[in-house]
Design a protein around this ligand. Structure first.
Ligand SMILES: [Zn+2]
Length: 327
């Protein structure tokens, strides 16, 4: 575990200790609280003597996700008893269902815009974020976000759910996309552990064919404009890295039939032997299939990726989102 994470956990433990002491005062020495306080003190001792995060049975490091979810744990996943393992599995399945319920409607149509996406966790839960908000009314437009949260597994999926809540609260304020990203970044920075951040692209498609886009350290979305490919590169740091990071906005105009492709590294960094799928292949596929609808293009990417990786299991969470101005 790196130093920053350990410092975060130590801070959390001290905070818990303080809350427990106060609760014990108020509850006249509730024995359950007292034994919990002893557990917190033992965890702080382990931080102090450098044995924190090691499994008491096998002496191997405990999975970081498990520690983030419960800093008092002192056994790795392999050495939980059957009942603890069942409880954990149940929690993971529940987390997976909650996450699936946060996804937007697929095949969305708003004015002239047609959107389709593919969202696929590598495990039970994903650290990718994919979202769409269609504003009411004819001039409302469409907000879209694709992001990738640092880390993996349960901790990343919790941060993804948090981002979802942040964007849905901010979407109501009708802000320019760069200000949306600035505020989301600040909220993320103030509320999560310092080692957690997210790369993301936030865009707003207006009804006149213009798209405003702000890219917080994410892989560049590709704009297919006629037979030209335009990379929309990052205009700021990943969200949550600095509380006061500035973001700029880029405005592009899409003609009928033009489309935007957004993706996470589950696509571009998928590997086959020493080869990487790569941005060039993403470009070429869209150029070759200029006539496909967003749904068909997304399906073509998934099929091509499966061919490329010979159908092997995903190494990383995968998100592909295509937005097209209908011709
Ligand atoms: Zn173990």
């Amino acid at each position: 575990m790196d130093k920053a994470k350990l410092t975060d956990i130590r801070t959390q433990l001290i905070d818990r200790r303080w809350r427990l002491e106060r609760a014990i005062d108020e509850s006249k020495e509730d024995t359950r609280l007292v034994s919990l306080l002893q557990e917190v003190d033992l965890a702080l001792d382990r931080v102090a003597n450098g044995t924190y995060g090691m499994c008491k049975t096998c002496n191997e490091p405990i999975e970081e996700d498990v520690l983030v979810a419960d800093p008092l744990v002192c056994f790795c996943l392999d050495h939980l008893d059957a009942e603890q393992q069942r409880a954990l599995e149940h929690d993971l399945k529940l987390a997976s269902r909650i996450q699936a319920a946060l996804l937007p409607e697929n095949g969305l149509k708003k004015g002239e815009w047609r959107v389709h996406y593919h969202y696929e966790p590598a495990g039970l839960v994903s650290g990718d974020y994919c979202d769409l908000v269609a504003f009411e009314g004819d001039d409302g437009g469409l907000l879209f976000v694709v992001g990738d949260v640092s880390g993996k597994g349960v901790a990343a999926s919790m941060l993804m759910s948090h981002l979802h809540a942040v964007f849905h609260s901010l979407a109501a304020f009708d802000l320019p996309v760069n200000q949306l990203v600035e505020r989301a970044s600040r909220l993320l920075c103030e509320s999560t552990m310092s080692s957690h951040f997210a790369t993301l692209v936030c865009g707003r498609a207006g009804n006149d064919g213009t798209v405003e886009i702000s890219n917080a350290g994410h892989l560049p979305p590709l704009l297919f404009h006629g037979d030209e490919v335009i990379r929309l590169e990052a205009t700021g740091l990943p969200a949550g890295v600095l509380c006061k990071a500035p973001y700029s906005v880029r405005k592009v105009s899409l003609d009928r039939g033009d489309r935007l492709v957004l993706y996470t590294d589950g696509l571009s960094e998928a590997t086959s032997g020493d080869l990487e799928y790569g941005e060039e292949r993403i470009s070429q596929l869209a150029l070759r299939h200029a006539g496909l609808s967003p749904e068909e293009l997304v399906a073509a990417y998934v099929e091509d990726l499966n061919t490329f990786t010979s159908g092997s299991a995903r190494q990383d969470d995968l998100t592909i989102l295509v937005i097209q101005r209908a011709s």
